[in-house]
Design a protein around this ligand. Structure first.
Ligand code: 6CS
Ligand code: FE
Length: 307
């Protein structure tokens, strides 16, 4: 299998009528470094595909981020930007993409050493932002994100060649067990679930609201959950979860009054730059999958470096 430019496709997906499990041929961790993560932490990540850091950012720091987010999400002039994805009800904002370009504070946040150095260590190289977003998951109306592997989409629809990217989710509100926290299946990152179906054109206009194509079938999900269980990334605001680009994850809807708003940065290795999408369609817009591979910098503290 290859894409339009005959680049080899190591993870064919959405090519058969059947969903199936393929081996992961990429490493999980791309360096032997033991800083800033210890050997124990890197071994846990290698095995499980995620790492949770309780209160990595202080409540005062998160309060500033939440105020910035509130100002942005309530700005009527911004709501018509394509980066703003509404829920299917067309009422509530579901996600705001490219948050690091809309807000200088979030731009500094993704370069804060407390998260960017972890990504550099795990990916063993300079990094750039493949995608940034805030998933607001408002109280009462925040809908679910069905089970999926991000890499399956980024490979198929964005042309991400290999599994050498890390997501970092920062809790901007309390992530309770009941308001739709991120759920991961530990160890699921070690297998690639090739999904059935065919990518529709402009699929993102549907998938970012509710994803169907690119989600594994129930038998495979059941087997993965039985093998690895399910872990909920609960935590106070400021809690951070790093998760491998290929780990199976999702989150439930939120019918509680408490919003579950998280910021997500996807760090991609500069050695894993996007090529032509393997689904054969045109690339997705830059605000979803950046094609600016300029490495990001590193700041000691996002607040002292913000405008
Ligand atoms: O398609 C994407 O890039 C987005 N979709 C999901 C469900 N997770 C990753 C990303 O936000
Ligand atoms: Fe995802």
């Amino acid at each position: 299998m290859t894409n339009n430019k005959s680049e080899l496709d190591f993870y064919p997906t959405r090519v058969d009528s059947e969903s199936k499990i393929l081996p992961r041929t990429d490493p999980v961790i791309y360096s032997d470094s033991v800083s800033p993560l210890s050997k124990e932490q890197t071994s846990f990540f290698e095995e499980n595909g995620y790492l949770i850091f309780e209160s990595l950012f202080s409540l005062e720091e998160v309060k500033k981020l939440f105020e910035e987010l509130a100002a942005i999400s309530l700005d009527e002039s911004k709501k018509t930007m394509p980066q703003f994805i509404l829920e299917e009800t067309e009422k509530d904002v579901r996600s705001i993409f490219e948050i690091h370009k809309i807000s200088n504070m979030f731009d500094m946040l993704c370069q804060d050493k407390r998260i960017s150095d972890v990504a550099r260590q795990l990916l063993g190289s300079d990094i750039y932002i493949h995608q940034s977003r805030v998933n607001l998951k408002p109280g009462f109306d925040g809908k679910e994100f069905y089970w999926h592997s991000d890499f399956e989409t980024w490979h198929s629809e964005d042309g991400m060649p290999n599994m050498r990217a890390i997501s970092c989710s920062i809790g901007l509100t309390q992530n309770y067990e009941f308001n739709g926290p991120l759920m991961v299946i530990p160890g699921s990152h070690k297998k690639f679930v090739s999904c059935s179906g065919k990518t529709p054109s402009d699929h993102y206009k549907q998938s970012l609201k509710r994803q169907e194509i690119g989600t594994p079938d129930k038998q495979i999900l059941e087997r993965m959950a039985l093998d690895g269980n399910i872990v909920s990334a609960k935590g106070d605001p400021g809690t951070v979860i790093f998760f491998d680009c290929n780990i199976m994850h999702g989150s439930n809807g939120n019918i509680t009054p408490y919003p579950r708003s998280n910021a997500f940065f996807v760090f991609n290795s500069v050695h894993n730059q996007l090529v032509e999408p393997f689904c054969g369609l045109k690339p997705r817009p830059d605000y979803i999958a950046s094609r600016d591979f300029t490495p990001i910098g590193s700041v000691d503290n996002f607040l002292t470096n913000s405008d």
